[in-house]
Design a protein around this ligand. Structure first.
Ligand code: ATP
Length: 240
């Protein structure tokens, strides 16, 4: 459903992505792993149009999307959950979810459908429903992450780009977030591209992975193979 071909992305003179080629099949969970600064976030931002590629091609459902604006890309069905969650802290949980549906309201989609989607999100995250009137800034880190995922779901994405959803969360909360990601794929068929520092947890969840080093893909494969790869173990999985 998504294919990046020889993508090159720059920040001024910094050559952040060097001939990156990756692909995701419908309904797959794929993870990007690599050290700080390897280019993982840049791949997500390049796909979502926030940091456009200078060269190469991005095909989404066989259509080139690399020249489109971020809001057009959202409308095609790609949603990004940025690092650090970035929920609107003074707004209530419910208002944050409504903001996720902003483009759908603008396109005059039936309010009943949007309401129904919100109810589905509350079913998936009962803790958000209990706190629907509460300002988002008063939620715990894990709850804010759930809200950020819920807000992205309100765009009805076919593909979700998740940037470090486990960052700063306690191990039990991380498990919960990963369960939610798994459910998203199982119940909604959402395809997921997951950036994670927590390589072991990410590979345990994902079908396949790409390993990045200084802006290049240096290794790719099934998660099971990457988990057994000695270089991956040494560099990213730590000693068990
Ligand atoms: P992290 O895990 O630390 O977020 P990452 O793998 O996601 O790392 P990127 O954030 O994609 O890495 O950064 C890739 C490279 O691009 C790094 O060398 C980084 O310093 C550089 N870079 C990222 N954002 C900018 C920017 N706005 N301006 C200049 N250089 C940038």
């Amino acid at each position: 459903m998504l294919r990046l071909k020889n993508i090159n992305t720059y920040y001024g003179k910094v050559h952040a992505l060097k001939n990156v080629s990756i692909h995701l099949g419908q309904g797959e969970i794929v993870t990007l792993i690599g050290a700080n600064g390897a280019g993982k976030t840049t791949i997500l931002n390049t796909i979502s149009g926030v940091t456009p590629a200078a060269g190469g091609e991005i095909l989404f459902e066989k259509e080139p999307v690399q020249a489109l604006s971020p809001d057009r890309i959202v409308r095609l069905g790609i949603a990004q959950v940025p690092e650090g969650r970035q929920v609107f802290k003074p707004l209530s949980v419910e208002d944050n979810l409504d903001l996720g549906a902003y483009l759908r309201h603008r396109q005059r989609e039936a309010k009943s459908r949007i309401r129904q989607d919100k109810q589905e999100i509350f079913t998936l995250f009962p803790r958000l429903e209990e706190r629907r009137k509460q300002p988002a800034g008063t939620l715990s880190g894990g709850e804010q992450q759930m809200l950020a995922i819920g807000r992205a779901m309100m765009t009805r994405p076919k593909l979700m780009l998740l940037d470090e959803p486990s960052m700063g969360l306690a191990p039990l909360v991380v498990q919960e977030i990963f369960r939610v990601i798994d459910n998203l794929r199982r119940q909604h068929g959402t395809t997921i591209l997951l950036v994670e520092q927590n390589a072991k947890a990410a590979l345990n969840l994902a079908d396949r992975g790409y390993v990045l080093e200084t802006g290049k893909v240096i290794l790719e494969g099934l998660s099971s193979n990457l988990l057994e790869n000695k270089d991956v173990q040494r560099a990213y999985l730590g000693r068990e």
